[in-house]
Ligand binder design. Sequence first.
Ligand code: F6R
Length: 608
Amino acid sequence: MCGIVGYVGKEKAQDFLISGLKRLEYRGYDSAGIVTLGEDGKDTLVRAKGKIVNLEDKLKHNKTADRVGIGHTRWATHGEPSEKNAHPHRAGDLFLVHNGIIENYKELKKELSDHKFESETDSEVLAALINSFYEDGKYPLVNAVVQALKLVKGTYGIAVVSKKNPNEVVVARSGSPLVIGVGHDETLIASDASALLGHTKQAIYLNDGEVATVTANSVDIKTLNAEPVSAKVEKIETNLAAIQKGGYEHFLLKEIMEQPDSLTETLRGRVNLEEGIVHLGGPGIPEAELRKIKHLVIVGCGTAYHAGLLASYYIEKFTPGITIETVIASEYRYRQAYVPEDSVALIVSQSGETADTLACLREIKKRGVRTVGIVNAIGSTIAREVDGGTYVHVGPEISVASTKAFTSQVIAMVMFGLTIAQAKGVKHSILKPYVTEIARLPEEIGKTLKESEKAVKDIVKKYADYEHGIYLGRDTAYPTAMEGALKLKEIAYVDANAYAFGELKHGPLALIDDRFFEFALLNKGELYDKAVSNVQEVLARGGHIIAVTNVEKFDLAVESVIKISSDIELFMPLLMNLVSQLFAYYMTIAKGYDVDQPRNLAKSVTVE
Ligand code: F6R
């Protein structure tokens, strides 16, 4: 979603603003802009619709040596993607960039008749509002910002600069992340720490309700109620290599292929293979409390939701006396759902910033329910607000479509389930096979990726022109099918849906015709024969089936087969999901679409 950068220091601000915005490109955007301010009171505002290269083209004629500035990548919410709606927005002598949504912008706008609005955005309203206080002469700028923010309903991460004092940037946040990078005689601002890498590893993460005045050598933080906050400088753990393509053509392929390593990081220090147990320190729940847990609520959006759903299938298999409800955050936050006593909520998020998931977390906490984060981004808002948590440690996920995070989220949640089961005294013989397979997964993932890539490339030729697909699975392969369909939908723009095999007869079977292919996940196990009967029903209606299977002697007369030779049993759906990921990737290449930044989507959905 939208990205913010800012600079004040001794170097040319434009250089960092552009390189920082490029780092944030992965979040998804449709226009971009920067402004820099000179000591002579001159401003240079450059904005462009589309990719950052368009902005760079325009900048060729607008180079400055100014040492303060702010920049933004916009993902349209109010008003179409266009140059005039792109940030920064000007009001009087000041400029503002904004992430988030100002919900009461219409009411506020009515009171700002002196300002000539140039855009359709809610953000320009905030710029004008700050300026209305600033013009009153209530200098410093931070005072005007605070007065304006007190009137605002909604979410924001903002950076503001003024020609009256081109030596400072004022930043504030509520519900939208902002990080301040502390350098040598320079201070940098970004909505995502990855933009700061290469400049500094020292960061201050602003909290909701805080506002900071930033100069080249100082960071002065206060709450909106003017209470001073002492800045906590933290180390950024990510390194530059982790946010580069490392020889791959696309981040997505890199992230799919690095799953053996990313899962190894998830497991590091958490699996004791000899004893057949797992150990998760992060949730911090005493054993006596773990024993009491009767109910889990798992909350997430999109892929994180699918990971939760899949994990719930596993956890309920080995943890008796526990009920699990996996919910979509955007729905759950408005439901009046009863959360029983002795519940724990798992809050699942790669970015740790998803607005709906964060809202659920806050709602659930209000009810006194213990929350545990299953988060990737270290220091993110969700990670900081949960009662305890388990980082999945997969490293930065840059491609918009989530891949490596899914695999590790599932396993991290299963390990949490195992922790409960261990505390409840579930027989070792029941739990050990899970632990053993988890420990073997990184290697088996590596083998499966190698083995299936060529097979996937080969079959994609046959299906590249299809626009409809149905993903099918039973039991643990069903949430996996849902995730496969989502991946294909979001990057290859194929209208793909997922159904449990058993649901076919209840409606979707009517769809089977030559416009559709069926992606069938057929893993060995109790329900295999039933799934085969369902496949026969599709075949009898002329279906175009792609079977992904670990059955050695697979003899169904389907159109295409991708075999998985691994002897992994319980977690076979996770291996099948690798095939779905590769299939989505190569379908997207075949169709010629943008793999890493699919249209209309953003990596981190920080607005509702
Ligand atoms: C799909 C995808 C999204 C995210 C969802 C939640 O590939 O990336 O569906 O999974 O927006 O994001 P996080 O996990 O950051 O909360």
